[in-house]
Design a protein around this ligand. Structure first.
Ligand SMILES: Nc1ncnc2c1ncn2[C@@H]1O[C@H](COP(=O)(O)OP(=O)(O)OP(=O)(O)O)[C@@H](O)[C@H]1O
Ligand SMILES: O=P(O)(O)OC[C@H]1O[C@H](OP(=O)(O)OP(=O)(O)O)[C@H](O)[C@@H]1O
Ligand SMILES: [Mg+2]
Length: 281
């Protein structure tokens, strides 16, 4: 039986359960259960704080977990990243009151409020700077106004929270993050792990790609296939109309309109786009 850690709260929680449900698992809580058994798939889901998930998985107590790349790195736990899940995107940044600090070197010796002390200490050490880290549970942007810190290091998504607190970004992102699926470092993946990964990857591909069908003159087929190389290779089928073929290929969702423009200009017609419900590739 696989035992999987799923975030029980916070920014990663709903999307994690949704991903697992889309992959065909019973991974939603109805109330406040801490553990949900999916008997049919021989899996147990443990709902835990995302920050703690690296500890459970890193120690091998749980087989697989979903957490943030920044949370994993902050924890210092050694774990292997199995797959990036394409949600929970954020970056980890320094920020200080407007007009006070322009580069990271100026943070030397300052009091830095953060919920990610491991990340800040490691980054300061790598830069040869001294950090006085003030570890807080959340809402760190307010720490400067209340006088317990001179600057902050925090997760930034839109930047709205920082701006509202009168802070501005300092330097480049310390790291970029998104939700990831992890397993114990060095663990050899078993057949159930592989099956879980295939299912999750199927959902990710179905979310990222669409299926594109179009007709094209045979004379431009090579060029058309350069525009739509597909995931592996496009399918070419004969058409009754002489000198024309039908082409079917997977196309990244965020390139759909540009691809249709390019195909149209090339002479392709009857371009149809449809969603992919599920896949195994
Ligand atoms: N807007 C966001 N706010 C916070 N975390 C985000 C955001 N977008 C993505 N994340 C990611 O979510 C993870 C943080 O999850 P966590 O549940 O610990 O904090 P949270 O969402 O702030 O929850 P809470 O503050 O309720 O404890 C990190 O990996 C972080 O990069
Ligand atoms: O760049 P933004 O889009 O504004 O998002 C980033 C903010 O969201 C998170 O806060 P959260 O709401 O989780 O509260 P917390 O600080 O108490 O964790 C994070 O800690 C930042 O404060
Ligand atoms: Mg938070």
């Amino acid at each position: 039986m696989l035992r999987i850690a799923v975030p029980n709260k916070g920014a990663l929680s709903a999307a994690s359960s949704q991903l697992l449900c889309d992959a065909g698992y019973r991974a939603k809580r109805e109330g406040a259960e801490l553990v949900v058994a999916d008997v049919e798939n021989d899996i147990e889901f443990f709902f835990l704080r995302p920050r703690d998930i690296a500890v459970y998985v890193g120690s091998g107590r749980l087989d697989v977990g979903i957490t943030g790349r920044d949370l994993l790195q902050d924890s210092g736990v050694a774990a292997q990243e199995l797959v990036a899940l394409d949600f929970g995107h954020s970056s980890f940044r320094y920020a200080a009151p407007k007009g006070t600090v322009t580069e990271v070197a100026q943070l030397d010796g300052m009091r830095i409020a953060t919920s990610f002390p491991g990340l800040v200490r490691a980054d300061f050490a790598a830069r040869g700077l001294r950090a006085e880290v003030v570890t807080l549970d959340g809402a760190v942007e307010t720490a400067v106004r209340l006088g317990v810190a001179d600057a902050v290091a925090d997760v930034v998504e839109t930047g709205r929270t920082l701006r509202a607190a009168g802070l501005e970004l300092v330097g480049e992102p310390v790291m970029g993050s998104q939700a990831i699926m992890i397993a114990k470092q060095g663990l050899e993946l078993s057949a159930p792990h592989e099956k879980l990964l295939r299912r999750v990857q199927g959902v990710l591909v179905a979310r990222q790609y669409v299926m594109m069908d179009y007709d094209a003159p045979t004379a431009v087929l090579d060029k058309a296939c350069e525009i739509t190389p597909g995931y592996e290779s496009p399918t070419i089928s004969p058409l009754q109309r002489e000198g024309w073929v039908a082409v079917r290929a997977m196309v990244p969702k965020d390139e759909v309109n540009r691809t249709m423009d390019d195909l149209w200009e090339l002479g392709a017609r009857g371009i149809l786009v449809s969603g992919i419900q599920a896949c195994r590739l």
